[in-house]
Design a protein around this ligand. Structure first.
Ligand code: ZN
Length: 474
């Protein structure tokens, strides 16, 4: 980055003090501070303590957080930027039919401006609901990824963009079912991934990252999986991949490779790299043990797994075996929000129902999944995930005016069981205020929402999905 640009950014960084409120630090001491104070200089947290600790004359801005809840910015470890625009278009299908008959035809009919608009809508929703870092699950060339990366940079959010890599248009044993608009050539995928990495990885003081996204089983040959692993190692970057999401994954793996999905992933080298496996619903005890030994990362997506009728991931068992578990909202058509607070709430509800014990998982562990768990998965644990001196200032402030916040006995329990993204009133990302009084300052919300409403009927038309377009016209 040229020196002039670094200076320009530094000038934009206000010195900031956040004063008052209840601070859930998520630091190793699990500190929760009442009447707290946080000082931020040049995007870095320089002081965390009690109100009045810091020399106020140093701050150009003092933010009053009295009566509010302060948290680290949330980290979504499984996001499809391109799916925000097709929210509500595939509400009642299970995974493979959902992909084949709705998601792929719709995304395969996108123009570059549709891809950018969807990404804008997604980032807008994430920022407004307190997500300050995300891992994208797999970008297609047709989305216009250069413009998406520039938008992510401008929005102020911290994002890892992953380019999808494939050499087949199938899912599991159902070969050739992918919409032609979504099928990409292997060499073109790799060259775009490397180009994106060279241009964008590490930009904006490390706020933008670029990883590789391996398509699911049936979409990538074993030799290409090995190549993806080698390339990630050479670039020093990460990989993300959907795995063990539905029983079709293990059926395909057993039939074609004579082993279960995690054994296969290990055999092609994916456990040797920083890989975030999304879902992992159907992992057996042995697979969980292999993932634990490898200290692998799993993105748990409870809303998506339930809405698509995929099953319930064995989260307490994964954590007990040593797997690092983060949380993911997945995509709008399988959720239908990118609200990490709503996602957190589902984790203890589903796990306690599944195991029929309140001891299945506690709220602190759930909030840890959405903060430090996500940071560890992305290799950002020294930068974000908690409010500690020396870390980047990614901070969320929740208003607590709703009746549902009264009384609030335990702030962590309140965050997990009560809060929604609509309660977020302020978001600071990398030291800059990007949401204030519920308004995103870095994106044009009104224009994005208007454009989205006008654009979706055209996409449905191009994709030839009559049922939903008829609904929209009525
Ligand atoms: Zn996904």
């Amino acid at each position: 980055m040229p020196a002039s640009k670094i200076r320009a950014e530094a000038v934009l960084m206000p010195d900031l003090i956040i004063r008052g409120g209840t601070l859930v630090t998520m630091d190793p001491g699990r500190r929760v501070l009442q009447d707290a104070e946080i000082a931020v200089e040049d995007g870095i947290i320089t002081s965390v303590g009690k109100s009045g600790d810091y020399n106020k004359s140093k701050a150009s801005e003092v933010m009053d957080a009295k009566g509010k809840l302060i948290l680290p910015g949330l980290i979504d470890t499984h996001v499809h930027l391109a799916q925000a625009l097709i929210r509500g278009t595939a509400d009642d299908l299970s995974l493979v039919d959902w992909l084949q008959h709705r998601i792929w035809p719709l995304q395969g009919s996108y123009t570059e401006s549709d891809g950018l608009l969807s990404a804008q809508l997604c980032v807008l929703e994430m920022l407004k609901s307190g997500t300050t870092t995300f891992l994208e699950s797999g970008l297609h060339r047709r989305y216009g990824n250069e413009a998406i990366a520039a938008m992510v940079e401008k929005s102020g959010i911290r994002g890892i963009l992953s380019k999808m890599i494939m050499d087949s248009g199938g899912y599991g044993g159902r070969s050739g079912i992918m919409h032609p608009g979504m099928v990409e050539d292997k060499d073109a995928c790799i060259s775009e991934a490397v180009d994106l990495f060279k241009r964008w990885n590490g930009r904006s003081r490390g706020r933008i990252g670029v990883w590789l996204a391996a398509r699911s089983l049936g979409g990538v040959s074993p030799s290409l999986y090995r190549e993806i692993g080698r390339l990630a190692g050479e670039l020093g970057t990460g990989i993300t991949m959907h795995l063990n999401e539905v029983p079709e994954d293990s059926r395909f793996s057993m039939t074609n490779y004579g082993m279960r999905p995690v054994h296969f992933a290990k055999s092609v080298g994916l456990l040797d790299q920083r890989t975030v496996f999304a879902h992992m619903v159907w992992a057996t005890d042995e697979e969980i043990s292999i993932l634990g030994t490898a200290r692998s990362n799993v993105a748990h997506c409870p809303a998506s797994n339930s809405k698509l009728a995929s099953g319930t991931a064995r989260v307490p068992e994964l954590i007990a075996s040593g797997v690092n578990v983060g949380l993911g909202c997945d995509g709008a058509p399988c959720n239908n929000t990118y609200d990490m607070f709503r996602e957190m709430r589902l984790v203890p509800l589903f796990q306690r129902k599944r195991l029929m014990t309140h001891g299945a998982i506690d709220p602190y562990t759930v909030l840890e999944m959405a903060t430090m768990g996500g940071a560890r998965a992305l290799g950002l644990q020294d930068k974000v995930g908690s409010i500690e001196v020396g870390k980047r200032a990614d901070i969320v402030i929740l208003g607590c005016e709703r009746p549902a916040y009264t009384p609030s006995i335990d702030p962590v329990s309140t965050v997990v069981y009560t809060a929604t993204g609509n309660d977020v009133d302020t978001v600071i990302a990398d030291g800059l205020t990007v949401v204030k009084d519920h308004k995103v300052l870095t994106l044009n919300e009104e224009k994005i929402l208007t454009d989205a409403r006008h654009t979706i009927p055209k996409i449905l038309e191009r994709a030839g999905i009559g049922g939903v377009s008829d609904l929209l016209r009525n």
